[in-house]
Design a protein around this ligand. Structure first.
Ligand code: GDP
Ligand code: ZN
Length: 315
């Protein structure tokens, strides 16, 4: 029995499945029977390996550190929330919705603003100040001018990342740019060459899986992981095209605002007078209203309240 420690398992539908040590795998029947779905990004145990035909069988799935559903990927280390400063113009409410959706997954999130070459330095600096007051440290980049792509690549290094954001901001362009971008000359030697293959796959301790995801009623989108220059992977399919916020409740919303977390003291329990304080002016509430996104917090709270009341009436 060979474990996934030495092998990369790759999609049966992928054109590159003959490269390196990729194995075309089937999922063991018992896993299907217990409805144990194998996701892209899963770390798995592979057995019954046929080295001649590069085939194997997924025997088991390791415990996941995280899982997201849009797109379906396991063991995501980072979400990259991508917006553009212009074309389309950055809108604080839309950005806030994406940030809340990202925060609600519990996965570390990086915010990057693309198309930075379209505006002057002052506009970037104003956004920088504003977003820092929200509790984020934005990275500015431009796929067109290549500005900031190095910093972005080093943030994503050795991690599995999913890019999320609205349409038109440059997600696909960025995925392509990063994919073709070795981090340095040394790493360039290990750079994955789709034609020749490379040492990159052999260096991976534990195989990452991309499975055929075109089957089954739960599957709506195809996703696979692209190797990045300096190690790590990037999902080729962006996520959260419409943040539904369906997993966010009235009570949990506050914890997804860094401004509120900070006012409550990041690690201490809430110190408002009421345990279930929603911070909308209750007596003894310590969350003040003197911050930019307070009205947006109100607006989202209303949206969630209406949804929750509707759900109560319906079920
Ligand atoms: P997606 O919908 O987020 O995947 O966005 P795309 O990658 O399809 O890009 C949308 C449009 O923005 C395309 O016309 C790109 O060429 C353009 N675009 C991408 N990055 C940049 C950039 O850095 N600057 C400018 N000016 N345009 C960009
Ligand atoms: Zn409060």
């Amino acid at each position: 029995i060979v474990t996934a420690e030495t092998d990369k398992v790759e999609d049966s539908s992928s054109s590159s499945s003959k490269v390196g040590t990729e194995l075309l795998c089937v999922v063991r029947a018992v896993l299907k029977k217990i409805k144990r779905r194998v996701l892209v990004g899963d770390k798995v145990v592979v057995g019954s390996i046929d080295w001649v035909d590069s085939r194997g069988m997924i025997e088991n799935v390791f415990q996941r550190s995280s899982v997201i559903s849009d797109p379906p990927v396991a063991n995501v280390d980072r979400l990259l929330v991508l917006f553009s400063v212009e074309e389309p113009r950055l809108e604080s409410f839309v950005l806030t919705r994406f940030l809340i959706e990202a925060e609600s997954t519990g996965i570390p999130t990086t915010l990057a603003l693309n198309k930075a070459e379209l505006v002057d330095q002052q506009v970037l600096s104003d956004w920088d100040t504003r977003l820092r007051s929200w509790g984020y440290e934005p990275l500015f980049c431009s796929v067109d001018s290549k500005m900031g792509l190095d910093s972005l690549a080093s943030v994503l290094r050795d991690q599995t990342t999913v890019i999320v954001g609205p349409s038109g901001v440059g997600k696909s362009s960025l995925i392509n740019a990063l994919r073709n971008k070795p981090n340095s000359q040394v790493e360039a030697d290990n750079w994955f060459d789709p034609i020749m293959g490379s040492k990159w796959f052999e260096d991976q301790r534990v195989g990452k899986v991309s499975t055929r995801s075109g089957r089954g009623k739960h599957t709506t989108r195809n996703v696979s992981l692209l190797p990045l220059g300096g190690g790590g992977c990037l999902a080729d399919t962006p996520g959260f095209s419409q943040p539904s916020l369906l997993k966010v409740t009235k009570q949990s919303l506050a914890q997804y605002f860094p401004e509120i977390r900070k006012m409550l003291g990041d690690n201490e329990p809430a110190t408002c007078a009421f345990n279930d304080c929603l911070h909308v002016g209750e007596p003894g509430c310590i969350v003040k209203g003197d911050w930019e996104r307070y009205p947006l917090y109100f607006q989202l709270l209303d949206e969630i309240r209406i949804r929750e009341e509707f759900q109560l009436r319906t079920f």
